[in-house]
Write a protein that binds this ligand. Structure first.
Ligand code: AMP
Length: 307
């Protein structure tokens, strides 16, 4: 099954309380592609890069079944640049710089070869662009998943509400769910957000796992307790890649299968945070992923006899 992935391909500068890097490849689309391609192929990437984006990175993606016909290269401009600094808890961060560069004039074009893709992962970019991709697809994908962030809620809420009406699954973190719904309780937030369009809502809670809401039902997936979180950047996107990758691999988008998909997403996120940038996602093998999934099974597996 083919997955179209829309998102930024970027350079990041990252500072954590323990380490710092001035320039590393990142971007929501890059993380989704590296993560999802472990589970399903092809990934049909839609993005924009400048003349500075490394050719070796593009080759690496291609080798993993990531198609790049939908990635526009602007010869005389720079790639999107983002810089963030993490607080001591590694769950919260401040954005220091958002230089849109090529992203400022991004007008995504769906290549003819991508038409008919079964699944669509709308990564974190301007809501108007996410909407444009949905509208260009002649056949509606079986499942449309939307990732977004507080930044777009602040500057493009009206467009975001329009996209919400057209997607099946919304992926956000707990503070974004509160911001979008105006409710503090996540259960009340979920009720409100599920009336805004999506039929499924996934609320990510960093090291505290993720919740899946659908028609009055709720499922919880833990995050793996890790001794060291080195760099949380991209964890949300790695989660999204694992989620859509599993759904596409199994070609099953039922609530039951989504439970497994969010465990797979959590496993991919747990790898992502072990090194700077997408490095760890490049190193791991199927064997590593299987072993980590087994750790998740053990983490939540218990017997109980009701009295
Ligand atoms: P995450 O940690 O999952 O939120 O994703 C971090 C990635 O998102 C970084 O690699 C950034 O390059 C990218 N990013 C940050 N802000 C934006 C934005 N406003 N639009 C698109 N991508 C972004």
């Amino acid at each position: 099954m083919a997955v179209i992935s829309v998102g930024s391909m970027a350079f990041d500068a990252i500072e954590t309380p323990f380490a710092k890097i001035d320039r590393i490849v990142g971007g929501s689309g890059t993380y989704v592609a590296y993560s999802a391609s472990h589970l399903t192929q092809p990934i049909q990437q839609i993005s924009i890069i400048g003349n500075d984006f490394p050719a070796e990175e593009l080759d690496e993606l291609k080798k993993r079944g990531v198609q790049l016909n939908g990635v526009e290269m602007v010869p005389d401009q720079k790639s999107f640049f983002w810089s963030g600094k993490y607080h001591l808890d590694m769950n919260t961060r401040d954005t220091l710089v958002t230089d849109l560069n090529v992203l400022a004039n991004f007008n995504p074009q769906v290549p003819e070869e991508y038409q008919g893709a079964e699944y669509l992962m709308l990564g974190n970019v301007l809501p108007k662009l996410q909407l444009s991709v949905i509208e260009q697809l002649r056949t509606r994908p079986k499942l449309i998943v939307l990732d977004t962030m507080n930044f777009w809620m602040e500057v493009a809420m009206e467009d975001l509400k329009k996209v919400l009406l057209k997607v099946d699954v919304l992926l956000i973190n707990d503070s974004e769910a509160r911001q979008l719904s105006g409710e503090y309780s996540l259960v009340k937030s979920a009720k409100k957000i599920l009336q805004m369009g999506p039929k499924f809502l996934i609320i990510k809670k960093g090291e505290h796992g993720a919740l899946l809401f659908h028609e009055g039902k709720v499922f919880f997936a833990p995050a793996l307790p890790l001794e060291d979180v080195f760099d949380p950047t991209g964890a949300g996107d790695a989660f999204a890649g694992g989620f859509i990758g599993h759904i596409s691999h199994t070609d099953n988008y039922s609530f039951e299968n989504m439970k497994t998909a969010i465990i797979v997403g959590s496993a991919m996120a747990s790898f992502c945070v072990e090194k700077f940038g997408p490095q760890r996602l490049k190193e791991i093998s199927k064997k590593d992923i299987d072993a980590r999934l087994e750790q998740f099974v053990q983490l939540v597996n218990f017997d109980i006899s009701l009295v």
